[in-house]
Ligand binder design. Structure first.
Ligand code: NAI
Ligand code: MG
Length: 394
């Protein structure tokens, strides 16, 4: 296979710390690639008024494969204040660069695997019927529609008259007829049939490829009849093409309740944007939380891989660094899966499993410590020591 070029976008805060650790592991496993750096994040908002400069978009257009660390976002007033003085008042508006990237490249399929590693002290445990303690191992993969739904950004406070009039063609808008427009906030939930089909098909293909027994549509079609209903209807049609895989359906609220009841009974879960965001954080909490939560953003011809955590600014200046690099390293494994280098990805995942199982090298989060410079006194490993241990176990 020809050598790949990967656009590396460390971003802000701990993104700059964990991304180089993932590359050390990729090198150690023998993955041959050229890495080109892409500027992204808060510094570029301050200096250029754009957290995702065009030159980074061009790099991704060209190479179609990205590894991303994390970025810092701040509320509007802070963003405006921190913009360099010569750019202020010139109409620059802050947009989250990762959301912009997902929309620009139509990275509509978000995959978030939540798998327990045996021996992880952060694994979910529950009381069994005989008072015993059970530790069910979770192996759930969430497929989250990444570009539409409630996060598409089609929303208004004080909607213009044309919008209001159009909505008043729906009988249920009568309930709001007494509310003055300035007191009305509307966020739309838009699903398109094509996007529903792509995310559900992605979920079934994944289930087939990796031998999951079921695909669960997690929505709320009994109440959100149109959008959730469309997702469910498409899922029923698509499921017919996969006779060996069971189609299940849960409501998001009940699913969150069942999270701690029987998490081991789910395989692939597919949801719209917001419910996918919620249910994936819920499952991530059962398998170690942010230090272990990896993700892929996959479009038709471009893909970007990132840990789900943010830039954790309070830890960025700690030297040595305390944060867990595993989420970033697992995201790099997802990149390898995507480009047909699954053997190398599996080698890395097995090395991580051995390190976790041995319980000798554990970052502060695995020891349930409060983060800070003194975690090493309590036995925590540094970020680099964790990576070293993984490399030694390859
Ligand atoms: P965060 O994910 O950065 O951190 C929350 C907490 O999780 C941290 O304080 C730390 O206790 C823990 N944590 C995060 N990553 C960890 C790791 N690798 N190992 C061990 N513990 C870890 O979320 P927060 O504090 O809400 O946001 C900080 C900044 O990150 C904000 O500016 C936010 O907008 C941004 N953000 C960016 C994301 C992205 O780049 N995709 C996603 C989430 C937040
Ligand atoms: Mg989230």
């Amino acid at each position: 296979m020809s050598k790949r070029t990967v656009v590396t976008m460390p971003g802000d805060g701990i993104g700059k710390i964990v991304l180089p650790e993932a590359i050390r592991v990729l090198d150690a496993v023998g993955f041959k690639a050229d890495y080109v750096h892409g500027d992204i994040g808060w510094d570029f908002w301050i200096k250029e008024g754009n957290a995702l400069p065009q030159r980074t978009i061009d790099l991704l257009e060209k190479h179609k494969l990205g590894l991303f660390g994390a970025i810092t976002s701040k509320p509007k007033d802070k963003a405006d204040k921190e913009l360099s003085p010569e750019l202020q008042g010139k109409g620059y508006v802050y947009y989250s660069p990762i959301v912009t990237m997902r929309q620009h490249f139509d990275l509509d399929i978000c995959i978030r695997p939540c798998r327990s590693f045996q021996g992880n002290p952060l694994n979910f445990i529950r009381r069994g019927s005989k008072g015993n303690v059970e530790e069910p191992l979770v192996d759930v993969v969430i497929f989250r529609q990444n570009t539409e739904g409630l996060y598409a950004g089609v929303e208004w406070t004080n909607p213009p008259d044309t919008v209001r009039k159009a909505m008043e063609t729906h009988p249920k808008m009568k309930n709001f007829s007494h509310v003055p427009s300035p007191d009305l906030a509307i966020s739309t939930r838009i699903f398109s049939r094509g996007a529903c089909q792509r995310i559900v098909e992605g979920a079934f293909e994944y289930a087939k490829k990796y031998n999951y027994k079921s695909v669960t549509v997690c929505e709320k079609p009994n109440v959100i009849r149109e959008t959730s209903g469309m997702m469910e209807a498409e899922a029923k049609k698509i499921a017919a093409k996969y006779p060996g895989i069971q189609l299940r359906s849960t409501n998001i609220d009940a699913q969150m309740m069942w999270l701690t009841k029987n998490p081991e009974e789910y395989g692939v879960i597919v949801s719209g944007n917001m419910f996918g965001d919620i249910v994936s954080d819920g499952f991530a909490g059962l398998v170690g939380g942010l230090g272990f939560a990896c993700s892929a953003n996959i479009g038709r011809d471009c893909a970007v891989f990132e840990p789900t955590h943010g830039s954790a600014p309070k830890y960025e200046k700690l030297n040595p660094s305390i944060v867990n690099p595993i989420a970033m390293i697992l995201s790099a494994c997802m990149m390898l899966d995507h480009i047909d280098e699954k053997d190398k990805a599996d080698q890395i995942r097995q090395a991580i499993a051995r390190v976790v199982q041995a319980s000798k090298v554990q970052t502060y989060d695995m020891l349930r410590l409060t983060g800070g410079p003194d975690v090493f006194k309590h036995g925590a490993a540094t970020t680099q020591q964790m990576t070293d241990a993984i490399i030694q176990n390859l």
